[in-house]
Design a protein around this ligand. Sequence first.
Ligand code: NAD
Length: 503
Amino acid sequence: MNHAPLSTIGHLIDGQIVADTERTQPVFNPATGQSHTRVALASPATVQAAIASAEAAFPAWRNTPPLKRARTMGQLKGLLEANADQIAALITAEHGKVLSDAHGELQRGIENVEYASYVPELLKGEHSRNVGPGIDSWSEFQPLGVCAGITPFNFPAMVPLWMWPMAVACGNTFVLKPSERAPSSALFIAQLALEAGLPPGVLNVVQGDKRAVDTLLQDPRVKAVSFVGSTPVAESIYATGCQHGKRVQALGGAKNHAIVMPDADLPNAVRALMGAAYGSCGERCMAIPLVVAVGDAVGDAVVAGLKAEIARLKVGPGTDPRSDMGPLVSRQHFESVKAYVDSGVAEGATLVVDGRTLQVEGHEEGYFLGACLFDHVQPGMKIYQEEIFGPVLGVVRVATLEAAMQLINDHEYGNGTCLFTRDGEAARYFTDHIQVGMVGVNVPLPVPVASHSFGGWKRSLFGDLHAYGPDAVRFYTRRKTITQRWPSAGVREGTVFSFPSSH
Ligand code: NAD
């Protein structure tokens, strides 16, 4: 392994920045279409070196008192806040999202670090005294060992912070593989974690692609894998990880619907939908790419309202404070989203606003696509069925709440959804019967706060436990139940052949 040349984004192994420069790929600035840096793509040997470092760090870290582990999280929170501008700039330079949105994602990540700092309380376990004569019993939650995380491009700082802070706070060590399309912020944050007092080897970062992921999945020293990304990859990672005897949680893609009822506060719903559909250029797994209007009058009003708001939407580089929406992440993704818009037109949906011709002056090589709005989308269409992950919003019209809910329940994804209404009874029926993991009522992006867990249903999540929050404590620990007898002096038990019971 060589030390990384300045223009190559490297790995963090055992507290040192290193890079194997044999395989690298360019990292692009989506606003300019230019690349000034490359990212190293780890070889199997590099990934194994990271796993070895994490394994070596585990015994001492496991035995470090939870309060001391928690204190590093407290320190890290302060460092993240102090370096927020720099981290947001790294996110925007590689992802393209506007700076205020990058700050928002970082803030959500910081809240996960803060929650991980409560770990002494979260790990207290369960205790029962006198379950039998002179017998006490308790359950404790022990760390697993080396855990791995594989993360997507669209929240390059936040999603890694969903994973490793709680994993290491619970006493595990970690190998993180960030997205090769937006690798810098996770690496920078890992360096801040070292500064916060995390011992070398407790958190390692390997940059790379499928080859690095395959090595993590096959290595028996890795005990658990957290994945967030697209559904085909999530499904395959879940299967391969389980085949190799690992605990796996794999969060996948989404196609989130918002229902608008006739009694909703329409101007408010329209404003909320604008942010939920076009914020981050639609590149959020909790974005709303589909509106289900209950009744034609609602459909007409929502389309008219959105059309007027889109006319005011400012698309431009994420570094410009006037921009509401930045570019898509890559040329390839830009072409893919544009092809979805073409397919919607070909399949007969009404393209009310066409963003395909947008040009941003001075950024002609950037991957900018204007907001697109379709009306009369039908459930059989590709733009209804598939995750587009771009600034494309489709309006579907139905006659009743039941019909709207049926559409959602029939869809293969079940990540997030939202109902806009003023009717408490309808809202209660909706939250009770909808087949989706994260549900909003008049809240378009119902992303759970750090003290609740995040996860979808159906093909949006493979595994049993959701990400972060209380589920993460369970995911990154395993229960051990201890039953202990200390008989009083002089009391001698006879031999017992029957199964121990309280009789
Ligand atoms: P992606 O699946 O292409 O990549 C995610 C990670 O997997 C990256 O680190 C990548 O290097 C790795 N990877 C890619 N192909 C692989 C393969 N064949 N084998 C092994 N590893 C592979 O996803 P993306 O484009 O980076 O992110 C966007 C997707 O992530 C969207 O589908 C979005 O909905 C989803 N996402 C889901 C959530 C959630 O919480 N459910 C959150 C954010 C993003």
